[in-house]
Write a protein that binds this ligand. Structure first.
Ligand code: ARG
Ligand code: ASP
Length: 748
C-alpha cells in the first residue's frame, strides 16, 4: 500500500500489496545501497530528452563517461546504418524497435492492446490466452497501424526564421514562419510514403525539419496472455516493484522491393538497415542505459505560477471527475461479470491518467517544485536587472496576469472534455453525429457518405462494449458536477434549471428522459441511418434531443470557454517562447533540452533503485519469484497461468536465467521518459537491447514538469524475460532463431 495515496485502493482493482521484506538483511543491504546511490547522484545529472543530431556536441562525452562504448555516430547517422534505423514511431502513439533482419518489431502489450483485442473473439480470446503466429502466414494484418522511420533531422531554424524581427507582433511573426515553412516544404522531393515535417522546438525558438518514411503493413506476430502482459494491471500501474511482461511482437512488411507498400499478400518481411542484437548478459546496478524513442509531451520550463495552477486547480478537478467516473464503472463491474469484461479497458484508460495526476501533484509537492521554480525565477530577475536579456522586464508578472486570466477557462475546458468526450460515451457519440451533420451541410451527400463510412467502423466496435445504464448514470453524475462546480456562465442553457424543460428536474431525471428517448443507443437504427439517404438521416439526427443537447453544449463551449481560452493561450505561448530563450541566455552554463513533442529523442542514465520514502529503499531488479509472490488464483489482476507456474516449478529457464539462477522480470533506470516512450528500447553500453520501457514509478510521475533525479525512474521489462516467455512459455522458437542473441559482458 502506498501511504502517499490512501485513496487509490478504494476501487475494485486496487488491493493492498503484500509486505514481505525481511528487515535485518534488508537494513544491511540498504546501507550498502545508500552509499552507492548517494555517490552516484553527485556524478551525473540524469535529466534530459536529447535530440539525436546534437548528441555528439552535447552528450557523447558524458555518455561515455557513464560507460557507453559506442559513439554518437553509432546512435544517429544519416549516411550509415545506426541505432536510429531500428527505432520506429509505432502508430504515432508508442515506440517500437526492430529485433531481427526480417522486420520483427518489439513494443509493449499495452501499445498493441487494441490490435490484439481487435483480433480476439470469444473462441479465440487472444487477450486472455495470448497469440503466437507459428509461421509468417499466420501473422495478422492491422488496418491503420504503421511504423514510421526517421530518415533525417535537420536544423532549419535560420531558414524558417528568415525575416522574423524582434519587436514583431505574434501574428506577423507567425505568418512569416508559415510562409517560410510552406516554401521549405515545397522545395523537397519526396518519395511515396515519405513525409517532411517542420516542427517548433524550445517553444518556437528553433525549428527542425524531420524526414520520415512510413511502412503501412505491420502485422501482429505474438502477444503473451494478459496475465503476463498486463500482470498487476491497475494496482501495479505506475508503481514499483513491478512484475509485468508488457511486450508484444509485430512485423514490418514491405513490397517485393523492400519499399513501403500497403498491405498485400505479395508483401515480404522488411529487411532493415539496422536491428538491435539482444543481450543475454542482462543488467547490473550502475550499468549504462540509453532509451531511444518518441516521448509525447513535457513542460519543464513553465513559470511557477503555471505549476501552482496545475497542482491547485487543474489536477484536482480532473482527478475529481475521473474519481466519480471510476466509482460508477467500478460499481457495475463489481456486481456483473459481463460489465467487467466490457469496461476493463475503459476503466484502465481512465484510471491511467487519474492515477498519474495524483502521483504528479504529490510528487510536485514533495520535491518542492514551486520553491525551486521560485528560487530560479529570483535568480533570473537578478540577472535580468544586471543585464537585460529581454525587453519585457516584467515577464513573470505578465505570466501571472495571463495565468490568472486563463484559470477558470482551463478548468472549464478540462471539465468539458472530461465530461463530453472522455467519460460520458453517448455525448462523444452525439459529437460524432453532429460532425456528420456538419459534413452533410458543408459537402452534401458525398461528404456524408465518406464520413458515415468511417463512423460505421467506429460503431461496429462501440456497442459491443457499451452499456446505456452505466452511461446514463455517468451522464447524470458528471453533468451535475459540471453544473455545480463551474461558474454559471459556463453552463449551457439546456442544463440550467431555470430552463423550461429542465425546471425542477434532477440530473438523474434529465438523464433518464434523454436516454429513454434517444436513437443513439440503438445500434441497428444507427447503422441503418448511416447507410440511409443522407437528407433523411440528417433530419432524424437533428430531431433527437440528445443530439441537440450535445450540439448546443458544444456551441456554448466554443463561445464562452474555448474562444477566451485560446485568446489567453496564444499570449501565454508567446510569453513562454520569449521566456524560454531568456532562460537559455540567462543561464548559459546550464544544458537545456527541448520539451518533448513526439519527436525522436535519446535519454540516458543508469540501472538504479531509489528511496520512495524515508527509510525505504527500492532495489532495481525484480524476478519471477515476485510474480509468484503476488499470485492470486482467479484474480483479475494477479492470476498466473498454469504454464508459467510449471516453468517456475521446474526452473526450466534455459539460457535466460541471470547469474543468480533466477529469471529477471523488470528493472529500473534513471532515464528521463514520458508517455510515448512506451515500447522504447533500453539499450546497453554496446548498442544491444537489454529491456523494453513501459512505465515510470509513482513518486516520479511529476517528471514531465519537474524532473528530479533522486526519485524519477523509468520501468523496463528485462529482455531476458521477453525471450523466456517467447521461447519457453510460447514455444515460438522460430522467432528466437531470427533474433541475434549476444553476450557483451562475458565475451569481448
Ligand atoms: N502507465 C503506463 C503508461 O502511461 C502504462 C499504462 C498501461 N497499463 C495499464 N495498466 N493501464 O502508459
Ligand atoms: N506508460 C507510458 C506510455 O505508454 C510511458 C510513461 O508515461 O512513462 O508511453
Amino acid at each position: 500500500m502506498i501511504l502517499l495515496l490512501p485513496n487509490v485502493n478504494k476501487f475494485l482493482y486496487f488491493k493492498s500489496k503484500p509486505k514481505s521484506m525481511k528487515s535485518n538483511r534488508v537494513t544491511k543491504f540498504i546501507l550498502s545501497l545508500v552509499i552507492v546511490c548517494l555517490f552516484r547522484m553527485t556524478v551525473f545529472a540524469g535529466e534530459g530528452m536529447w535530440l539525436p543530431i546534437f548528441l555528439k556536441s552535447l552528450n557523447e562525452a558524458e555518455m561515455q563517461s557513464l560507460g557507453m562504448k559506442i559513439s554518437a555516430e553509432d546512435i544517429y547517422s544519416v549516411n550509415n546504418g545506426s541505432l536510429k534505423d531500428a527505432i520506429v514511431h509505432f502508430g504515432g502513439f508508442c515506440t517500437a524497435e526492430l529485433i531481427s533482419g526480417e522486420g520483427l518489431l518489439l513494443t509493449n502489450h499495452h501499445c498493441g492492446y487494441s490490435q490484439i483485442q481487435e483480433h480476439s473473439s470469444l473462441d479465440k480470446n487472444y487477450l486472455r490466452d495470448g497469440f503466437w503466429a507459428m509461421s509468417k502466414s499466420e501473422e495478422l494484418p492491422n488496418a491503420g497501424l504503421f511504423a514510421k522511420f526517421i530518415d533525417q533531422i535537420n536544423d532549419v531554424t535560420d531558414i524558417i526564421l528568415t525575416g522574423v524581427e524582434k519587436g514583431m507582433s505574434d501574428k506577423a511573426r507567425q505568418s512569416i514562419i508559415d510562409q517560410n515553412i510552406e516554401l521549405y516544404l515545397s522545395s523537397n522531393n519526396l518519395g511515396p510514403f515519405q513525409e517532411m515535417q517542420v516542427r517548433p522546438f524550445y517553444n518556437g525558438n528553433q525549428y527542425f525539419a524531420i524526414m520520415s518514411t512510413t511502412y503501412p503493413d505491420v502485422r501482429l506476430v505474438g502477444a503473451p496472455p494478459e496475465s503476463i502482459g498486463k500482470f498487476g494491471a491497475d494496482t501495479d500501474n505506475w508503481e514499483w516493484p513491478r512484475h509485468t511482461g508488457d511486450f508484444a511482437l509485430f512485423r514490418v512488411y514491405a513490397g517485393p522491393d523492400n519499399q513501403p507498400a500497403e498491405y498485400s499478400e505479395e508483401n515480404i518481411p522488411y529487411t532493415p538497415k539496422h536491428f538491435l542484437p539482444i543481450s543475454l548478459d542482462g543488467v547490473d546496478e550502475g550499468d549504462f542505459t540509453l532509451v531511444f524513442g518518441f516521448p509525447g509531451r513535457t513542460n519543464q520550463y513553465l513559470p511557477s505560477v503555471a505549476v501552482n495552477q496545475l497542482v491547485e486547480k487543474q489536477n484536482p478537478s480532473r482527478i475529481a471527475i475521473r474519481e466519480t467516473a471510476l466509482g460508477i464503472m467500478d460499481k457495475y463491474m463489481r456486481k456483473d461479470e459481463s460489465a467487467r469484461l466490457q469496461y476493463a479497458s475503459k476503466f484502465a484508460r481512465i484510471a491511467n491518467y487519474w492515477k498519474k495526476w495524483i502521483g504528479e501533484s504529490s510528487g510536485l509537492k514533495r520535491t518542492n517544485a514551486l520553491e525551486r521554480k521560485r528560487k530560479k525565477e529570483e535568480q533570473f530577475v537578478m540577472k535580468q536587472k544586471k543585464r537585460p536579456f529581454i525587453k519585457k522586464t516584467n515577464i513573470l508578472d505578465e505570466f501571472e496576469t495571463m495565468y490568472n486570466g486563463i484559470e477558470d477557462y482551463t478548468v472549464a475546458r478540462d471539465y468539458y472534455s472530461e465530461v463530453t468526450s472522455r467519460n460520458v460515451e453517448l455525448l462523444r457519440v452525439a459529437g460524432l453525429v453532429n460532425n456528420l451533420v456538419g459534413r452533410y451541410e458543408d459537402q452534401g451527400d458525398e461528404g456524408y457518405r465518406a464520413y458515415a463510412e468511417r463512423l460505421k467502423g467506429f460503431f461496429s466496435g462501440f456497442y459491443k462494449n457499451y452499456r446505456a445504464d452505466i452511461d446514463q448514470e455517468m451522464f447524470a453524475a458528471l453533468t451535475e458536477m459540471y453544473v455545480s462546480n463551474l461558474d454559471p456562465k459556463f453552463i449551457p442553457e439546456d442544463l440550467q434549471r431555470k430552463n423550461t424543460t429542465m425546471r425542477g428536474k434532477s440530473y438523474a431525471e434529465l438523464g433518464s428522459e434523454l436516454y429513454g428517448n434517444t436513437i443513439l443507443t440503438d445500434e441497428s437504427m444507427m447503422m441503418s441511418l448511416l447507410d440511409g439517404v443522407p437528407a433523411m438521416s440528417v433530419e432524424k439526427f437533428k430531431d433527437d434531443s440528445f443530439v441537440q443537447l450535445a450540439a448546443n453544449w458544444k456551441a456554448h463551449y466554443d463561445k464562452v470557454i474555448s474562444a477566451p481560452y485560446n485568446g489567453y493561450k496564444t499570449q501565454i505561448d508567446s510569453l513562454q517562447r520569449v521566456y524560454m530563450q531568456a532562460q537559455m541566455d540567462a543561464f548559459p552554463d546550464e544544458r537545456f533540452y527541448p520539451d518533448a513533442n513526439s519527436t525522436m529523442r535519446v535519454t540516458y542514465g543508469q540501472v538504479e533503485g531509489y528511496f520512495p520514502k524515508d527509510g525505504v529503499c527500492y532495489t532495481p531488479v525484480t524476478h519471477l519469484d515476485g510474480v509468484i509472490a503476488k499470485y492470486k488464483p482467479g484474480d483479475y489482476e494477479f492470476d498466473v497461468s498454469s504454464k508459467l507456474l510449471e516453468l517456475y516449478e521446474s526452473k526450466d529457464y534455459g539460457q535466460y536465467a541471470a547469474s543468480n539462477g533466477k529469471i529477471p522480470v523488470c528493472f529500473l533506470g534513471s532515464n528521463h521518459t514520458t508517455g510515448g516512450n512506451s515500447g522504447s528500447p533500453a539499450i546497453d553500453a554496446h548498442g544491444n537491447l537489454i529491456g523494453l520501457n513501459f512505465d515510470r514509478v509513482w513518486e516520479g510521475t511529476m517528471s514531465d514538469i519537474n524532473y528530479d533525479r533522486s526519485i524519477c525512474r523509468n520501468i523496463m521489462v528485462d529482455a531476458r524475460y521477453i525471450l523466456f516467455i517467447v521461447d519457453k512459455y510460447a514455444g515460438a522458437t522460430h522467432l528466437i532463431e531470427e533474433m541475434k542473441l549476444v553476450h557483451p559482458k562475458t565475451s569481448k
